[in-house]
Design a protein around this ligand. Sequence first.
Ligand SMILES: Cc1ncc(COP(=O)(O)O)c(C=O)c1O
Length: 402
Amino acid sequence: MARLLVSKRASKTPSSPIRSLAPLAVKAKSEGKKVFHLNIGQPDIESPKEFLDAVQNFDKKIIGYEASPGNLDLRKAWANYLKTNSGYDVSFENILITTGASEALIFTFMCCADPGDEIIVMEPTYANYLGFSAISGVNLVPVLTRKRDNFRLPSREFIEKSITNRTRAILLCNPNNPTGTVYSKEEIETLLELCEDYNIFFVLDETYREFVYDGQKPVSILENHKNNERVIVIDSLSKRFSLCGARVGCLITANEEVLARSLSIASARLAVPSIAQVAATHMLKTISPNYLTDTIQEYETRRNTLIKFANTTPGVNILPPNGAFYAIADISVENSTEFCKWMLEEFSDNNETLFLAPAQGFYIESKLGLKRVRIASVLDSSKIERSMEILGKALSVYPKKI
Ligand SMILES: Cc1ncc(COP(=O)(O)O)c(C=O)c1O
């Protein structure tokens, strides 16, 4: 029988570099090794009691569909949260609830660009943008940001060179995954001006909005441009409230057409799971602001531990991040993917090893990721300290060290 072919689109969709080595970690654990997961942005901080209680207390006799734009109470609670927590006065009508930020991004790609059109992203970039681009047929055009420039944005003129007549949007993740950079108000304004000049969308992925350190204030486009029709904000409960598995996010825009077209797509997938939305509503209405301030404080402590121990580990050079919970590190190996595999398959120290994300998957064109890894400081400080000790020992005996 002739071979059954899957679509070119599916064949071209990359698997997440963050997850692709996961089977090796499963195998290592099945062999009795302890694996420290600094590869994925999956925090170990407890989810809010308010959310968990609401799940326990869910007492409906039928779990029905929610409305396609999202549970009305949740949209109102999210608007209220933005107002009370950050002072951004966003109408609930401009909020569309999605299955995490991921689905909001897919809707945005689908609504802003046709197959063959282009969206500009900063490189290194959140790896799953590559997946969203493959499934929507939209080409990502990378603008390189460099470690030696602290991963700040290049000049307007440099970015402008990447704009073509097929460019439909600039997408910026702020604070950034994978570099931990917090872009400034000025950088945001420059990009917005560029989007105005070329009449394209400006998409801000603010999944990590509040995770900024050293006394900085969050920088959100919602502060001054929430009513700008070219602005689309991607938001999520996943990281902020340690609710990655709840799968609740949203798309925020004042652009009625984008909202209407996103809603058409949203209605084809019917709705976001009901229990998660009901629990999220209860949580947003009742949670103390201390949950978030304590969480941010904890991530700042972890970041400080990571910087302290990574930079005293021979063969590791890390750029201190000032937001989110990621950092890009240079490591003294020829190929970080091979090294990460080797750590899972062949290395252990006292029967413990480390899982890091090879950085190549965060680069689209540049080869700079080959000798880099992304480290997620999502475990408590003692585990981060131990992880850096394991990394140092692994590097000292790795056969393909440079
Ligand atoms: C920058 C960025 N955007 C979006 C997402 C997806 O988040 P969600 O869990 O809300 O789908 C992630 C998850 O790691 C992320 O880092």
